[in-house]
Design a protein around this ligand. Structure first.
Ligand SMILES: *Cc1c(COP(=O)(O)O)cnc(C)c1O
Length: 457
């Protein structure tokens, strides 16, 4: 129940905040959850209630909410050098060290890094890089960007245009020249009697046709998440990247891996592209890059794009782009520590160790008559609710099934995210087995309760 006293936290938040990506009827009916701090994978609200955050904040707080090493790295850097930019040939030592480290842990033999404050800005930055490059190389018409339906690439103007979500129409987006292909979700998009291999082949043929229709010489890049994250945790159909990459290569269209969610361990490898056995031309990173302890994004360019962009910039004496806080020394110091913690303090190992238990939990819950599919990779997973399992018919959206499940979980101390008709789970990498069992027990109780309330038990 919302606390309606005028001075309640809830009333103060509602009076002064324009909520983004928030189901407003739910908040109006239930009040906001106002948090003060966290303990491991739990967050604690102003009333002292604890919630297991099965979404790692927004996928990013992979080391939990009170990691002493990360806080200490931030404090030490604030004491030493609390802020600087990366313009005019001046740059902090931490920024140089992080760039070296990112190339070292990247799938690239060599390359270059460009910093932003967010994943959206990293995508916008790479779009501008590709446009800059095309003009410099005498191909000013090479501007179109290919992505997929349900792909999520952020909210700034280019990133929103890349994002394949219907809500962007509310802004009059996408911009012209942003083209969305079929989402590689075999369970939902596969035709009756179509094998998964035939489905993958159909999507590759679609890419070929779109390139032929638009003209290869007008296409600047193809951006894809290895596993679609905020579009509903959708791993690609089998062989998808192996089918599309040769087509893109044939037409000199760079393949960009948007690794904002997958990067730094979420799929069980350092990079999602490694989980799916392909090497992209560039990587977009953010979220777990700083374990969520600082807002930061990075464009990581492979050797070919690095060389060509360097040459294009030298030709006009600069790459005229950058943010005031690009390569912020505190963010870089935190990212260096976060990478060390993930790779060398057992977090990535724990993702791998927990994955079988995670998959077993998801597949057990998917036996429920109203769960149509479980899907996932590493420690990212989703359960999709359906009114009728054999025909995969969704519940009417007016029932808000996934919101009800998530709200019921919140009431019982578990935060998980409704996405379309799915419930998404992406717990912190520090989770223990007991905490994972707590997560599934609470979710199962919520599923049982909500399906029985709506008469679909
Ligand atoms: C979250 C996300 C973004 C946007 O990052 P912001 O920091 O929210 O701007 C871009 N791409 C993917 C794959 C994401 O998950």
């Amino acid at each position: 129940m919302p606390d309606t006293a005028a001075n309640s936290w809830d009333a103060r938040a509602g009076a002064h905040m324009l909520y983004g990506f928030t189901d407003l009827p739910s908040v109006q009916a239930r009040g906001a959850v106002v948090l003060t701090h966290g303990e491991g994978p739990y967050v604690v609200d102003v009333a002292g209630r604890r919630y297991l955050d099965a979404n790692s904040g927004l996928w990013n707080m992979v080391a939990g909410f009170d990691h002493p090493g990360l806080a200490a790295a931030a404090k030490a850097q604030y004491d030493r050098f609390p802020g600087y930019h990366a313009f005019f040939g001046r740059v902090s030592d931490q920024t140089v060290m992080l760039s070296e480290k990112l190339i070292e842990v990247s799938p690239f033999a060599r390359g270059k890094v460009f910093y932003t404050n967010s994943g959206s800005e990293a995508n916008d930055t790479l779009v501008k890089m590709l446009w800059f490059l095309a003009r410099a190389e005498g191909q000013p018409e090479r501007r179109k960007i290919l992505t997929r339906w349900n792909g999520y690439h952020g909210v700034t103007v280019a990133a929103a245009s890349m994002t394949g979500k219907a809500y962007n129409a509310l802004f009059g987006l996408p911009l012209p020249g942003f083209i969305h292909l079929t989402c590689p979700h075999y369970w939902r998009e596969g035709r009756p009697d179509e094998t998964e291999a035939a489905f993958t082949a159909r999507l590759a043929a679609e890419l070929d046709e779109v390139i032929a229709r638009e003209g290869a010489e007008t296409i600047a890049g193809f951006f894809a998440e290895p596993v679609i994250g905020a579009g509903g945790v959708i791993p690609p159909s089998a062989g998808y990247f192996q089918a599309i990459q040769p087509i893109l290569k044939r037409h000199n269209i760079p393949l960009i891996a948007d690794e904002v969610i997958c990067g730094f361990g979420r799929t069980g490898a350092v990079w999602g592209c490694q989980s799916y056995d392909f090497i992209p031309d560039a990587i977009i990173s953010s979220k777990a890059l700083t374990a969520g302890y600082f807002p930061m994004g990075a464009v990581i360019l492979g050797p070919d794009l690095s060389d060509r962009l360097q040459a294009a910039a030298e030709a006009v004496e600069e790459f005229p782009h950058g943010f005031t806080a690009s390569g912020h020394p505190v963010g870089c110091a935190i990212a260096l520590k976060a990478i060390d913690v993930i790779l060398n303090e057992g977090l990535l190992d724990n993702v791998r160790a927990l994955t079988p238990r995670f998959e077993a939990g998801l597949s057990r819950l998917a036996e429920h008559p109203h769960i149509g599919e479980w899907r996932g990779k590493g420690l990212m997973g989703a359960l999709e609710a359906v009114a009728d399992k054999p025909t995969k018919t969704p519940f009417p959206s007016t029932l808000s099934v996934s919101e009800r499940i998530a709200n019921t979980c919140t009431d019982h101390g578990l935060i998980c995210r409704p996405l379309g008709q799915s419930i998404v789970l992406c717990p912190p990498f520090i989770l223990t087995e007991a905490q994972m069992d707590e997560m599934f027990d609470k979710l199962e109780a919520a599923l049982t309760r909500v399906f029985s309330e709506i008469g679909a038990g």
